[in-house]
Every structure is written in structure tokens, then in C-alpha cells.
Design a protein around this ligand. Structure first.
Ligand code: BTN
Length: 241
């Protein structure tokens, strides 16, 4: 987006960690790296970040943003990634809440770290790791993919990154998010309280809760409560990441 200051690194440990150190300055900032030596994922996992991917973190400040609306940030980031992938000829789906898959494999992960002030979000760091033409570690090849692997075409990392940035600063809607939501109506595995259950995915509400039918009952789940597993390799993916 025009007007947002950018900072580029050829290599950094983690763009999210760097962006968080810049919160004290109170200015929106885009942190961009060619590669990361210690890319962070959700739930304390690592995120493989070899050269050839898009690795960026957008630090944004807000006024009057209720913490209860936090899912809007996720909606905007995931739909921006999906729209970007569509522009490069792919058909992405969102694995609730914040992963993007293509042809059953993960192509992008998103890590959002909010700073609260009372019941409001004062600032957020939206970290996006999108596989473009980066080599994947051997152990991820069955569960992850890249734009290059899916299209067979050489793609410019810079072009993908600029397309994503142009889409990132607009507000993604619940409808857009729902349009990209994967596995709707299908039976998947979810892990609730360390127990695996079969669930039929129904919808995601405006707070970001996943509605699913479990044991014949329709119920909402917050992402903090459950882990959604999809695809044959999903559990292996969770162990490796
Ligand atoms: C996940 O899949 O668990 C989330 C991965 C988020 C990775 C991105 S890459 C840019 C930013 N910097 C990080 O250290 N993590 C995010």
C-alpha cells in the first residue's frame, strides 16, 4: 500500500519478531525478508522459510477496534492470500482458521499477533509466509506445495509479493472468507481436549468460530479449543511443523 513504510532484509530470523520490536514507534510498517532463519508458525511451531517464498509482516495500528472483532484481521489476510493465488491461476481454499491450501497441500501460513489495550486491539502484526518457488524440505513435500509446483511456471517472487501487498490493506468480508472456506459439508477430524472426533464442517461465524456437527450436535468451536485436521497427512504435518 502507498504510504506504509517498508523495511527489507535479505535474511532475518523472523519478520514477525522484528515487527513486534517496532510497535513502540506507533507507525504502520511492512517488514519484508527474502528468507528467515527462524520463521515462526502458530502454536509455537517453526515455519520453513528458504529463499524463493514471500515472507512479510504488516504492523498496523488501530483506533476503536474492539477485540471481539479480531477475526476481521484474519479474514482480510486469508482472503488477500486467496485472491493473490487466484491471480496466479490457482484455486485456493482456506483451512480454518488461517492456513491456505491448494490441491490438498498447504501453500501459505499466517501468524497474527495482536497487542491489546483493554478490550481493544491497539496494533496487530500480520505475518504471512507464502510458498512461491522456494525449495521445500524433504519432510514437507507430501503436505506442502508452492506456486511453482502447482502451476509449473516460473513466477517472480516480487510480483507475487506486490500483488499480495496491494490486496492486504483492504477489508476482507465474511462472505469472501466463506467463499474460500474448504471442506464445507465434509467430514473431517478435529482434536478437542486431545481427543479426536469426526466433525462435519458447517460454517464460520462473524467471530471466527467454526460451526461443526459433532456427535449429531451442531456446535461452535473457537480456534483456541480445537485443531482441525484435513487430508491423509494432516497429523504428520502437525508433528513436523
Ligand atoms: C503457520 O503456518 O503456522 C503460520 C506461519 C506464518 C509464517 C510467517 S512468514 C512471515 C512471518 N514471520 C514469521 O516468523 N512467521 C510469519
Amino acid at each position: 500500500m502507498n504510504g506504509v513504510k517498508r523495511v527489507y532484509f535479505s535474511e532475518i530470523e523472523s519478520t514477525n519478531e522484528y515487527a513486534k520490536t517496532q510497535r513502540a514507534f506507533g507507525r504502520d510498517l511492512l517488514v519484508i525478508a527474502e528468507k528467515q532463519s527462524g520463521g515462526r508458525g502458530t502454536k509455537g511451531r517453526s515455519f520453513s522459510s528458504c529463499e524463493g517464498g514471500v515472507y512479510l509482516s504488516a504492523l498496523s495500528f488501530y483506533q476503536n477496534f474492539p477485540a471481539s472483532d479480531a477475526f476481521v484481521i484474519m479474514q482480510s489476510a486469508t482472503t488477500a492470500v486467496c485472491e493473490t493465488l487466484v491471480k496466479f491461476g490457482l484455486q485456493p481454499v482456506i483451512k480454518w482458521p488461517n492456513d491456505v491450501f491448494v490441491n490438498g497441500k498447504k501453500i501459505c501460513g499466517i501468524l497474527i499477533e495482536n497487542a491489546l489495550s483493554g478490550r481493544e486491539i491497539a496494533s496487530s502484526v500480520v505475518g504471512i509466509g507464502l510458498n512461491v518457488c522456494n525449495p521445500l524440505p524433504e519432510e514437507l513435500t507430501s503436505v506442502a506445495t508452492t506456486i511453482f509446483l502447482e502451476t509449473g511456471k516460473a513466477v517472480s517472487v516480487e510480483e507475487v509479493r506486490e500483488t499480495l501487498i496491494a490486496l492486504l490493506y483492504r477489508k476482507g468480508t465474511a462472505k469472501e472468507y466463506a467463499n474460500y472456506l474448504g471442506w464445507l459439508g465434509e467430514e473431517v477430524k478435529i482434536i478437542v481436549d486431545e481427543k479426536e472426533k469426526t466433525a462435519r464442517l458447517l460454517s464460520v461465524d462473524e467471530r471466527g468460530n467454526l460451526w461443526a456437527e459433532v456427535d449429531g450436535k451442531k456446535q461452535p468451536f473457537a480456534s483456541a479449543e480445537i485443531s482441525l485436521r484435513v487430508g491423509e497427512n494432516a497429523i504428520e504435518e502437525d508433528k513436523k511443523r
